[in-house]
Design a binder for this molecule. Structure first.
Ligand code: FAD
Length: 502
């Protein structure tokens, strides 16, 4: 008998499990894959390590939320992390006018830089950036403060569409587009993505961004160690196939191998629609099931992984965004297939001994799940020749675009390969290969707000579908899920006390 069984072993599961383990709970994590971590999971190709779903970090600079959380968990000094350059947390290149913008770190530097580029908009930029920071202040948890977290108790602009907020402050269409360059980091869609999400992600990264040296697996492994050191267990290759419910409580969880796991509390870190497939239909009210099935998901991505020849391509200490022109950042998933891709984000993940040359590059291009719809009934490694040919065409198109950005790059590549929205769907078990799970829609925010409590008494939710995705959101939701078990405010207090006593 465990204190808690967690279904899925991703970012949310491991943070939730680590918080509970620090409180003396015996936690068992059940992960379907061979390797723990979900979005943190890395894989090896020809002896080289590649990250799958966690490339850019925020909140790890001193005083940041992740820095405080990982200090409390005792792992901050064990993580090998590299901060991006202060004078360029990101660069954005527009092919239409061959202009590259280099975004500096820090609120004042951000305002100063953009005001030099767009002098006529100086006051507007200042007002817009101030608004971003004010909106972020409305989310107490973002600053690890205790407080009401009710979505409807906010200022008017909080639930505006993010593109409307930008246009409200800024007149220049090029600047309007540039201010949305981080859209791929939160699945930004015009008229849909709430201003507060745009604000939280922008503030997080403007305050400083970081990259993992040698990949994100290290964070998963360190969190797993916290769980096992406290007597818990990490079970890989354990796909959950059934969640048995009796008298409105989970009685056991069964895995593909026929094992049964029992606990006082069960926590689901998997996509809520995948959860519905594992639990008996009458466990939840039909209205709840229907609602979960109706929530649109964020868009997906096609990724090209590149290994460079030795000492060929220079290392770049920040992510690089590329866009064909100033009109597509809000419509990244709407495209004519022949014109794809019109933009992407690429980065050269650092190693612990990072020198002046890059070892690898990862290129992420937004892609709608519709692009792979014809192979949706296939499984990994068995998708057929036509799928492989399509993937190769997509990969070559991206390599051609890279050649425009970095002439001669083709000659520097040792090998490259690709993954598609189907890869994301099947490795993480995420509906439609959605990068960030459920899409948040300001036109119907109630639809996409999923509570961490469920109608099944001892079943809680964690992970990116409950609140915000990624390194910014999932660890915060993990605090909420763990506090729902041990008592509200307890973990936040301990995190802050630990930080203040340094
Ligand atoms: C390509 C890509 C790039 C990204 N880049 C970034 C980035 O740079 N920065 C950032 O902050 N965020 C990024 N994200 C988002 C981030 O990875 C996710 O928000 C985060 O990993 C979600 O955590 P989670 O715990 O909710 O789900 P996951 O990490 O996906 O974990 C879910 C886990 O459940 C397991 N599972 C599913 N079904 C079962 C089952 N039946 N039984 C047992 N186990 C099961 C899965 O295998 C998986 O390990 C990216 C995502 C993708 C896909």
């Amino acid at each position: 008998m465990n204190d808690a069984v967690i279904i899925g072993g991703g970012l949310g599961a491991l943070f939730t499990g680590a918080f509970l383990s620090k409180e003396g709970y015996k936690v068992t994590v059940l992960e379907k894959n061979r390797i723990i971590g979900g979005g943190l999971q890395c894989f090896t190709r020809h002896g080289d390590v590649f990250e799958t779903g966690m490339h850019i970090l925020g909140g790890f600079c001193s005083g940041g939320s992740l820095h405080k959380i990982c200090s409390y968990l005792g792992i901050i000094n064990k993580l090998s992390i590299r901060h991006t350059d202060e004078d360029a947390i990101d660069s954005i290149t527009y092919l239409s006018d061959k202009k590259t913008y280099r975004i500096p770190q820090g609120k004042e530097a951000f305002i100063h830089y953009l005001s030099l580029e767009f002098p006529e908009e100086k006051e507007h930029i200042e007002a817009y950036v101030n608004e971003l920071y004010e909106l972020s202040e409305e989310v107490d948890l973002f600053y690890l403060r205790k407080g009401p977290n009710h979505i409807f108790s906010h200022s008017e602009h909080f639930l505006w569409a993010a593109d409307r907020l930008i246009k409200h402050y800024v007149d220049n269409p090029q600047l309007q587009d540039l201010l949305a360059y981080m859209n791929p980091m939160y699945g930004g869609v015009a008229g849909c993505t709430p201003a507060y999400i745009h604000a939280l992600i922008n503030v997080l990264y403007i305050n400083g961004s970081s990259l993992f040296n040698d990949g994100s697996q290290q964070l998963a492994d360190l969190l797993a160690t916290i769980i096992t050191d406290a007597g818990g267990e990490i079970c890989v290759n354990e796909r959950v196939v059934e969640i048995a419910v009796e008298n409105k409580s989970v009685s056991e969880v069964k895995t593909e191998k026929g094992k049964s796991f029992k606990a006082d509390t069960y926590i689901s870190d998997i996509h809520p629609c995948s959860l519905l497939e594992l639990i008996s239909p009458d466990a939840f009210p039909r209205s709840y099931r229907n609602r979960l099935m109706e929530i649109p998901n964020s868009y997906s991505a096609f990724t090209v992984y590149i290994k460079f020849k030795e000492n060929s391509f220079p290392y770049i200490n920040h992510p690089c965004y590329y866009q064909e022109n100033y009109s597509m950042v809000w419509k990244l998933a709407e495209y004519d297939e022949k014109e794809w891709p019109k933009g992407f984000m690429c980065l050269t993940p650092p190693t612990k001994q990072q020198g002046i040359y890059a070892n690898r590059m990862i290129v992420n291009c937004i892609m709608d799940f519709k692009a792979v719809d014809r192979w949706k009934n296939t499984t990994v490694g068995r998708r057929g020749k036509d799928y492989e040919e399509w993937k190769q065409t997509c990969r070559e198109r991206i390599l051609d675009k890279l050649e425009l950005l970095y002439p001669g790059i083709g000659e520097m590549i040792d090998y490259s390969f690709a993954s598609s929205p189907l890869t994301i769907r099947d490795y993480y078990g995420v509906k439609e290969g959605a990068l960030y799970g459920f899409q948040k829609d300001c036109r119907n925010i109630a639809l996409s707000q999923v509570a961490l409590f469920t109608k099944v008494k001892n079943l809680l939710l964690t992970g990116q579908n409950v609140n915000l995705h990624g390194i910014c959101g999932v660890p915060l939701t993990a605090i909420e899920t763990a506090e729902a078990i041990i008592g509200q405010g307890i973990i936040i207090d301990k995190i802050n006390k630990n930080y203040n006593s340094r």
